[in-house]
Design a protein around this ligand. Structure first.
Ligand code: ADP
Ligand code: MG
Length: 346
């Protein structure tokens, strides 16, 4: 019998990854960046370095096929991977797609999935170059890997924010989480009463944010045109709280975020407060899957960005001792806790 058994739920996803990272040695000088960022960085010998990232989606954990159309799922599986290349300030070029399929799925279902995958490949100008197909006992598993490229001086890491840098967020936050709550509510009520009246009307924006997220490659291209290289960057897959903590702790700094500056869509406000009685700010901080970008800029670059209508300036980097803090609308200062998604919880 093994005398020590550490439950994964006690160390959490990030704790587990950290254990793996600590025991990993790199043997090749071409491994420029290994575990710990949105993508690995690999030497090519040329001016552009290779960026590599992978993500896996599992039925019943990451998606529920009772309300997720397969085509949307295919699109999302690609988009969330592209988002990790965007978070490195790189340009994606190739993807591979691996599938675990049970006999529940017919050819037509797989074709639907690939229609979404191909639509996303067209949208982001990436080529599907391979994958793997295996059987799975019950559900559907999709794993996507993506390759991108960027010059060394363009690559942006999580750990390079500087004191006083301005914290920026693209788009709006919390909508994807609310979209999920709406779809979940619909599913529950449908189970109780199949003749129910649908409550999806007018909620299109939130549902789209959940079912068909986009990677912010548009912003990456705009930053290039403006000649701005962020000082640090990460994509927001687990909510602002968890991601700002990654940027701050990995950069050896603290951060201050102003609640009133956090971008939240009008419909998110409405649905959070009226339908679910939750704070819109909580959705933005701890909801997930918005796939917006969180980045920091040198204050000297602020002039060039300040009128951008899809970038919000939510705070600044501060001394590590001051912590990662939210200044609420009421003027209170509260520490931002990393909740993210608790993968191993009960
Ligand atoms: P993201 O949310 O951007 O996909 P993750 O939090 O999943 O990033 O991963 C953080 C880092 O840990 C990445 O560098 C990722 O490649 C690495 N990582 C995650 N899981 C594992 C694993 N099982 N083995 C090795 N590295 C991992
Ligand atoms: Mg990421």
């Amino acid at each position: 019998m093994n005398p020590t058994r550490t439950e994964l739920e006690n160390i959490g996803e990030f704790g587990l990854i950290d254990r793996i990272r600590q025991k990993t040695n790199y043997q090749n000088a071409s491994t420029l960046k290994g575990i710990g960022d949105d993508a690995a960085v690999i030497e090519t010998g040329g001016e552009e370095k290779l960026l590599l990232s992978t993500d896996m989606l599992i039925e019943k954990i990451h998606f529920d096929l009772t309300y997720v159309p397969l085509k949307h799922l295919g699109y999302k599986a690609i988009a969330v991977n592209i988002s990790d290349i965007a978070a490195m300030n790189g340009i994606p070029q190739q993807v591979t797609v691996s599938l675990g399929l049970s006999n529940r799925f017919a050819l037509e279902a797989v074709e639907e999935l690939y229609a979404g995958i191909r639509a996303a490949c067209a949208q982001y100008k990436v080529d599907l170059v391979g994958g793997d197909t295996v059987s799975s006992p019950t559900g559907l598993v999709i794993s996507v890997s993506v390759v991108g490229f960027a010059k060394m001086e363009q690559i942006v890491y999580r750990n390079s924010a500087k004191m006083g840098d301005i914290i920026c967020v693209t788009g709006d936050l919390g909508a994807a989480y609310l979209g999920l709550q709406i779809l979940e509510r619909e599913r529950q009520e449908f189970l109780g009463n199949p003749n129910m009246k649908s409550q999806l009307e007018g909620k299109d924006y939130l549902i789209r944010r959940q079912l068909k997220p986009e990677a912010r490659m548009d912003i990456i291209h705009e930053l290039r045109e403006l000649g701005i290289v962020p000082t640090s960057m990460i994509d927001i897959s687990d909510g602002l709280a968890s991601e700002i903590r990654h940027l701050a702790t990995q950069s050896g700094l603290g951060a201050k975020i102003y609640e009133e500056k956090i971008p939240i869509h009008r419909l998110s406000y409405e649905v959070a407060t009226q339908d679910f009685a939750i704070q819109p700010t909580t959705c933005a901080l701890n909801g997930g899957e918005d796939y917006e970008l969180l980045f920091t800029i040198n204050p000297n670059d602020f002039e060039k960005l300040k009128n951008h209508d899809d970038i919000s300036f939510v705070g600044y980097m501060q001394e590590a001792e001051k912590g990662v803090i939210l200044q609420t609308r009421g003027g209170n200062e509260v520490p931002i806790q990393a909740q993210g998604w608790v993968h191993f919880g009960k």
